[in-house]
Design a binder for this molecule. Structure first.
Ligand code: FMN
Length: 402
């Protein structure tokens, strides 16, 4: 079996306090040789069995053990590895780790990382037969499986104690096969799908030099386009002017006015499986934009600018889509964004609205606190990096698109 698919991926390898911890050294080596970035997190007990230095030397990265030291907390280190991981594999997993994961504990770095992650989690238990067969362990394993954790059952054979029975860590071939599967599924969730993303601000001219615009940086839309691309989708990014680099592998369609945005989205709509409208669209434009520059001397000390409504792009898209095309709106509000999002969902016939409170620090920020509002209800996420919000949104879309 080839490990090629892990090249360039971030694999978090959790190692806990089992006698089988030495086998994780070989796993770390295989993954690193295959081109993955392997971040090892050891429990304190694991360090009784294998020196962190062994993993460090083989993965070329420091091993993380403690929640409160070593990691840059400005970057929310206690959760950042889980957030960025493509896959978390815990091998060997002790009975204790299995129990803590089943109960959602966050009392050490490994447990916290798993809890904060939306990456696939693979758990390969290793323990004495009696510990494995104990009803508590079996119930914990069932709980993890029911939550979608991939449990690689231990094998039967001779154990470290000299007893014979089930409890030996699964072979590295079986664990690596699970990793390959998990990374493949995650990386190709939107393969063959066409996704249209809008991003950034719109610009409505007042005259040839002045515009009506807004503070959108485009970061959220660009993060969504990148996440969709990484999930294997064919992505068209329709974007107002931003200072951001164009994401690799994405078709970029530059626009300025709302009318241009509408035309570009409608042109891509017939092929689209999903349209994600993250652009900050101006609700108003100048009624009589001047073809020549307005001069102070002609205008005087005061000037009234008459504004008229721009076209409602979201409603136009929702009405023109073919059945099955998902349409996602973003609702930036300063009052009660969730209530506004619920209204928007119904009125415009959308599939999902991402509500965010822009009275908080959102524009240009790297992070955002949003609520996903759909017919299934509202899910409020913690404040997360925009890239992570984008990943979670793409995960939702992928689940909806099947
Ligand atoms: C020599 C020795 C070997 C152990 N092997 C295992 C094991 O294979 N599996 C297991 O679940 N616990 C094993 N334990 C017990 C765990 O180390 C213990 O439950 C510890 O609290 C686990 O901590 P952790 O889950 O945070 O790593 C072993 C303990 C000792 C002293």
């Amino acid at each position: 079996m080839s490990l090629d698919i892990v090249r360039g991926r971030l694999i978090v390898l959790g190692v806990s306090g089992s006698i089988a911890a030495y086998k994780a050294v070989e796993l770390a080596r295989h993954l690193t040789q295959a081109g993955a970035t392997v971040q090892v997190i050891m429990t304190r007990s694991a360090t009784e069995f294998v020196q962190p230095l062994t993993f460090q030397a083989l993965t070329y990265r420091p091993v993380e053990i403690e929640m409160f030291s070593g990691i840059d907390e400005r970057a929310a280190g206690h959760v950042s590895m889980g957030i960025h991981a493509d896959c978390i594999v815990i091998a060997p997993a002790t009975a204790h780790v299995v129990a803590r994961l089943a109960h959602g504990f966050a009392d050490d770095l490994l447990a916290t990382t798993v809890l904060a992650s939306s990456a696939p989690v693979i758990v390969a238990p290793a323990m004495e037969t009696h510990m494995w067969q104990n009803a508590a362990t079996q119930q914990n394993v069932s709980t993890l499986r029911a939550r979608g954790v991939h449990v690689v059952d231990p094998e039967a054979g001779e154990l470290a104690s000299g007893m014979v029975g089930q409890g030996r860590l699964a072979t590295l071939e079986r664990i690596e096969a699970e990793i390959v599967d998990a990374v493949r599924v995650r990386s190709r969730r939107l393969a063959g799908r066409r996704v249209v993303v809008t991003a950034g601000p719109t610009l409505e001219p007042i005259d040839p030099v002045r515009v009506l615009t807004n503070r959108s940086s485009g970061k959220m839309g660009y993060a969504v386009a990148t996440a969709a691309r990484e999930a294997g989708a064919d992505v068209t990014l329709i974007t107002g002017p931003t200072a951001l680099a164009s994401p690799a592998g994405v078709r970029l369609v530059p626009i300025e006015t709302v009318a241009e945005l509408r035309d570009a989205v409608l042109a891509s709509l017939p092929d689209a499986d999903a349209v994600i409208m993250a652009a900050a669209v101006s609700d108003f434009r100048a009624a009589d934009a001047s073809a020549s520059k307005l001069k102070k001397k002609d205008v005087g000390d005061e000037m009234t600018l008459r504004l008229v409504r721009t076209v409602d792009v979201l409603s136009a898209v929702a009405a023109a889509r073919r059945p099955g095309t998902l349409v996602v709106g973003f609702k930036a509000e300063t009052g009660d964004p969730v209530a506004e999002a619920e209204r928007m969902l119904k009125e415009k016939g959308l599939d999902l609205v991402v509500a965010n409170d822009v009275s908080q620090d959102v524009f240009g920020s790297e992070s955002d606190q949003v609520t996903f509002v759909s017919a299934d209800g509202a899910e409020t996420l913690p404040r997360l990096a925009k890239t992570e919000v984008a990943d979670r949104l793409i995960e939702r879309l992928a689940a909806r698109l099947g």
